[in-house]
Design a protein around this ligand. Structure first.
Ligand SMILES: Nc1nc2c(ncn2[C@@H]2O[C@H](COP(=O)(O)OP(=O)(O)OP(=O)(O)O)[C@@H](O)[C@H]2O)c(=O)[nH]1
Ligand SMILES: [Mg+2]
Length: 324
């Protein structure tokens, strides 16, 4: 199950009660000796590179830290409550549900944020004043929204060959079939060269009716907000468009309607399955559309190296390049 939007409740621990106790001296004078209460635990969110999505949180939803222990006689301090640490996938944005304010965008592995602090423990009466109760716990409802952090996103028509291309590039073990809309949730793989490592993500397919909720809808396009480069994929004999021109129009229009800011992202037009037709017929498939175009066969590997070379040029900043 892939989940990228969730509401959770977090609750810090309350502070332990300060103790009111006395030691009796031989002369019957009472000496206060009540210890302080322990502090309540915090709830801490931490960005974890190895957590794939929010599914693990769904069954729990409420995250509570431990309460601080009460102080005891003879100056004994109550124990501090344990923190509750919640792992979220890297790329999760956390908002307060009440006012919609951004709390943190957790994008760096290991990055932490304390979302609710534990209550302070109460004072015991050992300092000669009356004991106090501990501070109350704090509760907060959070909206968490996960957006995949990948360098390249594969956006394409159904059955255009995204899964096969992803598998060929990354070796990811993903189930692949020959029917459309088989990929129901985003799929990730890692593409490695001697010098670079890029994360590649396939998004579920887009068709003409996706914008109006058909197929798998457009919800998953939100992940493009963290993309650095998009590949728009159409296969040479698209079942879900009349021709290549129409296929790319559908993809670009749908992404643009979803979020017009995505227009500024670099993209390549990728025509897949060139192995299906011979060279002469290929000439007749030419189309006119703005954008760099690559003709590939994910199955045979044709053109894939040129595509990835161009991708590396976009993704690797120029100042890293060594002049020949
Ligand atoms: N001939 C040929 N077939 C291909 C090529 N790439 C993919 N296919 C086939 O096209 C079919 C769909 O491939 P997928 O990789 O599942 O396509 P997809 O875009 O991920 O499809 P969905 O996610 O299910 O919509 C499979 O039968 C593939 O074997 C190619 O380069 N040449
Ligand atoms: Mg697929």
């Amino acid at each position: 199950m892939f989940i990228d939007e969730l509401t959770i409740r977090v609750c810090s621990g309350s502070g332990g009660k300060g103790c009111e106790s006395y030691r009796k001296r031989p002369d019957h004078k009472r000496i206060p000796n009540g210890g302080d209460g322990g502090n309540g635990g915090n709830v801490i969110l931490i960005a974890d590179l190895h957590t794939g999505n929010l599914a693990a949180l769904k069954s729990k939803r409420i995250f509570e830290a431990e309460n601080g222990g009460a102080g005891m006689g003879n100056h004994r301090h109550g124990r501090n409550g344990k923190d509750c640490v919640v792992s979220l996938p890297c790329g999760t944005t956390v908002y307060s549900r009440r006012d919609g304010l951004l709390i943190r965008d957790l994008t760096t592995p290991g990055e932490e944020v304390v979302v609710v602090c534990g209550g302070k423990g109460g004072h015991g009466n050992h300092k000669g004043r009356r004991s106090t109760p501990g501070e109350a716990s704090k509760e907060l409802e959070l909206s968490v929204s996960f957006k995949i952090m990948a360098d390249i996103f594969l956006v394409g028509l159904p059955n255009s060959g995204k899964t096969l291309l992803l598998k060929k590039l990354t070796g990811a073990h993903i189930q692949q079939t020959d029917y459309p809309f088989a990929t129901k949730s985003p799929q990730l793989g890692t593409y490695e060269t001697d010098e670079h490592v890029f994360r590649i993500c396939e998004l579920p397919s887009i068709g003409e009716s996706s914008a109006s909720g058909g197929g798998l809808g457009t919800h998953y396009l939100k992940h493009l907000e963290r993309a650095r480069l998009m590949f728009f994929l159409v296969d040479l004999e698209p079942r879900f468009a009349s021709d290549l021109q129409d296929g790319f129009d559908v993809l670009i229009r749908t992404v643009d309607q979803f979020n017009s800011e995505l227009r500024n992202l670099p993209y390549f037009l990728v025509v897949n399955k060139v192995d299906l037709v011979d060279k002469n017929r290929l000439e007749r498939k030419r189309f006119s559309k703005d954008g760099r175009t690559f003709w590939i066969s994910a199955r045979k590997g044709t053109g894939v190296e040129a595509l990835m070379k161009a991708a590396r040029e976009v993704l690797v900043p120029h100042h890293f390049k060594v002049r020949p």
